[in-house]
Every structure is written in C-alpha cells, then in structure tokens.
Design a protein around this ligand. Structure first.
Ligand SMILES: C[S@@+](CC[C@H](N)C(=O)[O-])C[C@H]1O[C@@H](n2cnc3c(N)ncnc32)[C@H](O)[C@@H]1O
Length: 283
C-alpha cells in the first residue's frame, strides 16, 4: 500500500529527479529502486498483473496505481475499454496473438516475446504491465517465461486466483487440506489421492489438447479424466463443475453431480471451468 504522494514529492531512497520519466508520468506512485523485488514498493520495469478472477473491480489499489502510471499495458482480458479509460500509456489487447490457432506453447512464447519487445521499447518512458485474469503466476506460462528473463526487472504482483473465488462460491473448506492438479498433469502422472480431502482439477476444458481452441465431441476427450476421478473417489461423493463470475453482471455457474454420474457434467465443460471433488472431511 502506498501513501498518496503529492505530485513531484520525493521519498528517502528515491533516485529519480523531476526528469525521471516514471515520476513525471504518474502522480500516484513513487517506488524505490531495490535489488530485492519482493519488497512491496520495489520498482520494476515490467509488472506481471492479475486483474483478479472476480473482474475489473477486483483489482487492488496497488494494481490500479500501476496500471494508471504504466508506459504500456499489454493484456489478455475482456477489459480493454475499462483499461483504456484509466491508463495514461498505450494499451494493447493480446487476443490477436492468443487466438492465432498455433500450438499453445508457441502462442505463450510469442506473447512473452512480444511483451518483452514492447517493454524494452518503452523502457525510456517508464515501466510496462502484462495483465491477465486471476493470479499472474497461476497457470500463465507467459508470466513464468517473462519472470525468467534478465533483460528487465520483472515483478509479479499477487492477485485473487480462481481458487480464492471458488472458496467463496462453493462454501467448501479447502483450509483443512486440498489436492490440486492441472488436468493434463493429473492424467499423465495419476498421483496418489487421499479421498478424505477435496480435489481441484483446473483446465478441464484443455485436457488432451495442446491447442487453444473451441472443442466439440466433449465426451471423447473427457472420458479418461472422468474415469481417473471415478477410480479415486467413491461413487456417492459429490463433485462440482465451477465457472466463477468475472464481471459484475454475471453469476457463478455451478453444476453438481455424484462421482458415479460425473459424465452428466460433460456438456457444461468449457475452457474456463474447474472440477472440484468433495472430500469426506471438508465440510
Ligand atoms: C489459464 S488458467 C488461469 C488461472 C488464473 N491465472 C487464476 O489464477 O485464476 C485457466 C484455468 O483457471 C481456472 N479458471 C479460470 N477462470 C475461472 C473461473 N472464472 N471460474 C473457475 N475456474 C476458473 C480453470 O480451471 C481454467 O481452465
């Protein structure tokens, strides 16, 4: 959290002068240059930002300040108009790169490459932000790729993930213990599961695919995942397919069934859904 500073004011440790592009761009925020980027007000060149799965209103005060003062904001969200409204720098929607039909790994690489290029080109003007939904490091390969780069100081900023939102939407206790896997890894590794505790499987809509695409014939590709769940949990255990709201005008969608009837959930699966199997000890 940052004290609201008067325009042109300085704090101890600030190296900038009035000609510092970051200071002159933003009246909201002054950060200190520090080598340890985990310090809350440490300054970076590229911020990895999550808008919070609950939507644009879920952004933190810190994120709001960062977005307003950035030289460039590159995002993959439905909030292009809202971002253009508050950002003073350039705003770019990355959906053109995202939906180009290539393999997912190539798309994530291409996005990282482009974000780094833009951040470097704008470096003289100030910092840049790469913006996605939820937590910026949770299942966002591009953020991990950027975080490993050494050309610029890259700093992830914590945000509400879909797991935080599911905790609110399901009234289900994950704080006693939870098992959590990405769908493809869960299938590939078949980890030992303790059925007393809940299981969260993310990216169910992407199971068995290495592409970003709309997919038909859901039963065919969901069968191995559902069979794996049926093997690990008793038939009478409840499971939920969840899509939490990310805009104000949406309600969460939750479809429920027992594990024995899990195939009835297939038609509700899409790319943003998460599967939650209840534990016996988690109510
Ligand atoms: C690419 S990951 C992004 C996760 C995001 N960074 C986060 O922290 O919430 C997408 C996966 O997150 C989960 N997810 C994303 N949005 C969701 C939502 N609104 N409700 C439930 N699960 C969601 C789904 O499992 C989906 O397949």
């Amino acid at each position: 959290m940052y004290p609201r500073l008067k325009k042109h004011s300085k704090r101890a440790g600030d190296t900038g002068s009035s000609s510092d592009p970051l200071q002159s761009r933003s009246k909201y925020i002054l950060r200190n240059s520090r080598s340890d980027l985990r310090v809350p007000d440490a300054k970076a060149d590229l911020y990895l930002i999550g808008l919070g799965i609950g939507g644009f209103d879920q952004r933190t005060v810190e994120v709001d300040h960062l977005l307003r003062g950035a030289a460039a904001v590159l995002h993959l969200t439905a909030f292009d108009p809202e971002l253009r409204e508050i950002c003073s720098g350039q705003v770019e929607d990355l959906s053109g790169i995202y939906f180009c039909g290539k393999r997912a790994a190539e798309v994530y690489d291409a996005m990282a490459e482009h974000v780094m290029e833009v951040a470097l080109a704008n470096h003289v003007l100030g910092y840049s932000c790469f913006v996605t939904y939820g937590h910026p490091l949770f299942l966002v390969d591009t953020s991990w790729d950027l975080r490993r780069r050494t050309d610029l100081r890259v700093k992830p900023v914590a945000a509400t993930s879909f797991v935080d939102q599911i905790m609110c939407d399901l009234e289900h206790r994950f704080d006693y213990g939870v098992q959590h896997y990405e769908a493809n890894r869960f299938l590939r590794m078949s980890p030992r599961i303790d059925s007393r505790f809940p299981l969260i499987v993310s990216q169910v809509g992407e199971v068995g695919s290495d592409r970003i695409e709309l997919r038909g014939r859901k039963l065919a590709w969901l069968t191995p995942l559902f069979e794996e769940v049926m093997e690990k949990y008793p038939n009478d255990r409840q499971c939920d397919l969840v899509f939490s709201a990310y805009r104000r005008d949406m309600a969460p969608k939750v479809s429920s069934a027992t594990v024995g009837e899990i195939f009835t959930l297939a038609s509700s699966v899409h790319v943003g859904t998460t599967l939650v199997v209840h534990g016996s000890e988690s109510k």
